[in-house]
Design a binder for this molecule. Structure first.
Ligand SMILES: Cc1ncc(COP(=O)(O)O)c(C=O)c1O
Length: 393
């Protein structure tokens, strides 16, 4: 009876069979290649303890008081410096602190989308972004990807018949595919935005976790060069490079959007957590983050290689994949007809879980795919996990 009392947007949300299965990943002895979470041993305990103690002695009142919806000013200032080094050159006033980039996506969707508006995503894409766009009752359309990210010409074709409001991209070391949009496609998608007037959301949690010497320009930077920066919304987060429990992310928004988006933020939570904003500002002032990121690159790079080597050796005849060049995920695909969702209960019985690719598709899922995360698994367990996968075939 209560089903009828649910709002349509909530009642249309589907429970995830995958989530149910992954609950078992906490069972003793099960190795999980499922979670996309950072390795806790990389948390900078010493630096964070120092920042917390400085806040307790120096900023106690501010840390436990209400704050501004836009965010804590010194934090906005340090984030703008972080952004500048990434090629997102904007003043601190254009940076808005959020409770993680998940909230950034929600705020943008609620500020910009009416039910039925077309949002284009990559196929596959970040699962929780799909949830945000579903809750906004958007008309979600997927565009295929290859090793160089979204097939931008497929988007160009879609634009000839469809009015697109927004394109959501994780252009660098994406989740789940680990793919990076080529420089040429970056330029092209921004040019298409300028021509057709759609908004781009550039979601960049993993760009710093780069195992290569290559640097790509942000879409924001391309848009600045093309004179359409007011059509790109950049969001990033400290979740992957510092600690997700802080819940500190940010939005770089053009002026036309920021005024309304801040009201949406106020309606949601007034402001992000004062304590963690101030701790984060204090932490960033210690200038330890660059060293942390260097450690992290090396750590994840090694793990990505261990996993890739084990997969090549034990499962190379069955699956294909590209070696991760950054980020926390390895995306693989069976060479033949295969259902990775059905396979999960079998691998679980053998003590290993992963995320079936199906979870990351808005439509027409490719059941042969799976996402393997190497971030929190010990080197030895990565090898054991692959042996268990092989045994489950
Ligand atoms: C692509 C992408 N965007 C956004 C997020 C959300 O991150 P947070 O809200 O912790 O900043 C994640 C987390 O996994 C992600 O993978």
């Amino acid at each position: 009876m209560h089903d009828q009392q649910l709002a349509t947007r909530a009642s249309e949300l589907k429970p995830s069979a995958v989530r149910e299965l992954l609950k078992h990943s906490k069972l003793p002895g099960v190795i999980s290649l499922g979670g996309g979470i950072p390795a806790p041993e990389l948390f900078d305990r010493e630096g964070l303890e120092l920042a917390v103690s400085q806040v307790m002695s120096g900023n106690f009142n501010d840390a436990f008081q209400y704050g501004l919806s836009e965010g804590y000013s010194p934090l906005r200032q340090s984030v703008s410096e972080l952004c500048r080094l990434r090629g997102v050159n904007c003043p601190a006033e254009e940076i808005y602190i959020t409770s993680g980039s998940q909230q950034s996506l929600d705020i943008v969707a609620r500020t910009l989308l009416d039910p039925g508006d077309v949002v284009v995503v990559e196929r596959p894409t970040y699962l929780a972004a799909l949830q945000v766009f579903q809750l906004a009752q958007a008309n979600i359309q997927s565009v295929d990807t290859d090793d160089d990210g979204m097939l931008v010409e497929q988007l160009a074709d879609l634009l000839t018949t469809t009015k697109v409001k927004m394109v959501y991209l994780v252009p660098t070391f994406g989740n789940p595919g680990g793919k990076t949009l080529s420089e040429e496609r970056r330029a092209r998608v921004v040019a298409l935005a300028k021509e057709h007037g759609f908004i781009i959301i550039e979601d960049d949690p993993y760009g710093e976790i780069n195992f290569t010497e290559t640097r790509w320009k942000t879409l924001y930077q391309h848009a600045k060069e093309l004179g359409c920066a007011d059509q790109v919304i950049y969001t990033s987060t400290l979740s992957k490079i510092l600690a997700p429990g802080l819940r500190i992310g940010w939005l770089v928004m053009p002026e036309w959007l920021a005024g309304k988006a801040i009201i949406v933020k106020q309606a949601t939570d007034l402001h992000s957590n004062s304590m963690t904003q101030i701790v984060t500002a204090q932490y960033l002032a210690l200038n330890r983050l660059p060293q942390q990121i260097a450690l992290m690159r090396e750590f994840y790079h090694k793990k990505g290689e261990i996993l890739a080597n084990a997969l090549r050796e034990k499962l190379g005849d069955h699956i294909e994949f590209s070696q991760p060049k950054g980020g926390m995920f390895l995306w693989a695909r069976f060479r033949y007809e295969f259902d990775t969702t059905a396979w999960l209960s079998k691998t679980l019985a053998n003590g290993v879980v992963y995320v079936p690719g199906e979870a990351f598709y808005n439509d027409a899922p490719d059941k042969r795919t799976l996402r393997l995360s190497y971030s929190t698994v010990s080197d030895a367990d990565l090898v054991t996990a692959v042996e268990r996968l092989a045994k489950s075939l």
